[in-house]
Write a protein that binds this ligand. Structure first.
Ligand SMILES: Cc1cc2nc3c(=O)[nH]c(=O)nc-3n(C[C@H](O)[C@H](O)[C@H](O)COP(=O)(O)OP(=O)(O)OC[C@H]3O[C@@H](n4cnc5c(N)ncnc54)[C@H](O)[C@@H]3O)c2cc1C
Length: 436
């Protein structure tokens, strides 16, 4: 009997636990650990911050889900991990032993990189439920006393979609409230051009995103390197200062503390390197999925940025991790699976939206090309995004990871193949691998 432990119950962790429970016989335990008591559908936090949706709408109680779907639930923060002993520690006290470990801890937020940034400084964030609530309170205050709005991303960011969604949804909301004339809006980004998104050469992306910014009269500053924030202004490396009455700046991501503290587990930023099948190259019983994993950035940009790890990529990695652990444990005979990292992102901008597709997110290293990559605009993107949120919440309530009909739908509608067989793998060959 094995204990398979999943750390983190976000968009990667919860589906990993569900898929494991689906594949593994009941004699194996699936333990889910999270420092949060609730699952949050993170993409919904922008609407929470703009007072368009309540937080309850996008959260689910994890202890109830775990009970309903036969997961062993542990609420607490993992503070130490010792791969050689296959042990981890919760809150410096409770010791848990594992046979296989899936790390899905997302990112820590590096507000300390820019003085004055973040909810403890002067800019807002939408990256966690607590931040979104604080951003909402600040937004409501701002609506009573409007002024310049500055939205953007710090150097090193890889996830630009939320910044575009925030600035364009905020603009839409200000127009609806009759306040737009009182609010000059600026979008500042380390991207070399708008619509780059950490993924170069998405066909039509620059054109469509630029046109939208122009239509909405949003001033854009590209190649922007924020160096400091004070109560009323943001300073850029070229000396420009931007006054603001409200600002939302996405921070750079890094790996979480306990991951960074294990020698050899992560890179300098704390992201976990993985083989194509999501297993750690050195620690054979550790897998990782989602934002916690390392992903190269092949594009050299004037201001450093990183490659995005979207929610749907996190979900695909989760499916591969669970499948491959089940194979390692002998629960099924099948080749190991590899996530293709085909990426699809629906960005909602009020009455319209843009779907960005990069399949796969990293281009072929030899040709520099992708199978397909394009952007399309239309109001249907908003409807699809809303429908997807409902579908995802329903899946999480029902204990489903990435079911066959989702894979089929993505293939039929967008030509995306989420997982492929790892042809180099020998079934079950690493089941007795020794860590360290
Ligand atoms: C505002 C916003 C909007 C977004 N919109 C989109 C979108 O529209 N489409 C899209 O594809 N992607 C979107 N993304 C990206 C998407 O949300 C991420 O790809 C996804 O959340 C990654 O999932 P994850 O499980 O790796 O991390 P998370 O969802 O962040 O989950 C990590 C979990 O680990 C837990 N954890 C961390 N440390 C510990 C610890 N030490 N012990 C125990 N638990 C721990 C955390 O509490 C958290 O619950 C958005 C991101 C943001 C911030």
């Amino acid at each position: 009997m094995a204990n398979v432990v999943v750390i983190g119950a976000g968009l990667a962790g919860l589906p990993t636990a569900y898929e494991l429970r689906h594949w593994l016989p009941k004699r194996h335990t699936v333990t889910l650990i999270s420092n949060e008591s609730k699952f949050t559908f993170i993409p919904g936090l922008i609407q929470v911050a703009l007072n368009l949706k309540s937080l309850d709408h996008i959260q689910l109680d994890l202890s109830r889900l775990a009970q309903r779907h036969q997961l062993n639930w542990v609420h607490g923060r993992v503070t130490n991990l010792t791969p050689d002993r296959k042990q981890l520690v919760i809150e410096e006290s409770l010791v848990i032993e594992y046979d296989y470990l899936a790390i899905a801890t997302g990112a820590a937020l590096a507000f300390d990189q820019i003085s004055g940034s973040g909810p403890n400084g002067y800019t807002q964030s939408v990256c966690t439920p607590h931040h979104a609530l604080a951003a909402r309170q600040a937004w409501l205050d701002f609506l009573k006393n409007p002024g310049p709005l500055v939205v953007g991303a710090a150097p090193g960011v890889g996830c630009f979609g939320p910044a575009y969604e925030f600035v364009l949804m905020a603009e839409h909301e200000l127009r609806r409230l009759g306040l737009r004339q009182q609010v000059p809006i600026t979008y500042i980004t380390p991207e070399p051009y708008v619509g780059h998104l950490g993924v170069s050469n998405i066909q039509h992306s620059q054109k469509l995103t630029t046109a939208l910014m122009q239509e909405r009269e949003i001033k854009v500053i590209e190649n922007a390197e924020i160096t400091a924030v004070n109560q009323q202004t943001i300073t850029l490396a070229d000396g420009r200062t931007l006054p603001f009455a409200y600002s939302m700046i996405l921070p750079t991501f890094r790996g979480v503390d306990f991951v960074r503290a294990v020698p050899g587990l992560a890179d300098d930023q704390g992201f976990i390197p993985v083989l194509p099948n999501q297993r750690h190259p050195q620690f054979s019983t550790i897998y990782a999925a989602g934002v916690s994993t390392q992903l190269e950035q092949p594009d050299q940009t004037p201001i450093p940025i990183t490659s995005p790890k979207s929610g749907q990529m996190a979900e695909t990695m989760a499916a591969a991790v669970a499948h491959n652990i089940a194979v390692e444990l002998g629960a099924m005979r099948a080749p190991l699976q590899v996530p293709t990292l085909d990426a699809l992102c629906f960005a909602e901008f009020g009455q319209t939206g843009i779907a960005y597709i990069a399949a796969p997110v990293l281009p072929d290293p030899e040709t520099g090309k992708r199978k397909r990559s394009y952007a399309v605009r239309g109001p249907w993107v908003v409807w699809v995004k809303t429908a997807f949120e409902h579908y995802f919440m329903l899946k999480m309530r029902s204990g489903l990871g990435m079911p066959w009909f989702e894979k089929l739908g993505l293939r039929a509608l967008f030509g995306l193949k989420m997982l492929k067989a790892d042809t180099s793998s020998v079934v079950g060959s690493r089941a007795t691998g020794v860590d360290g």
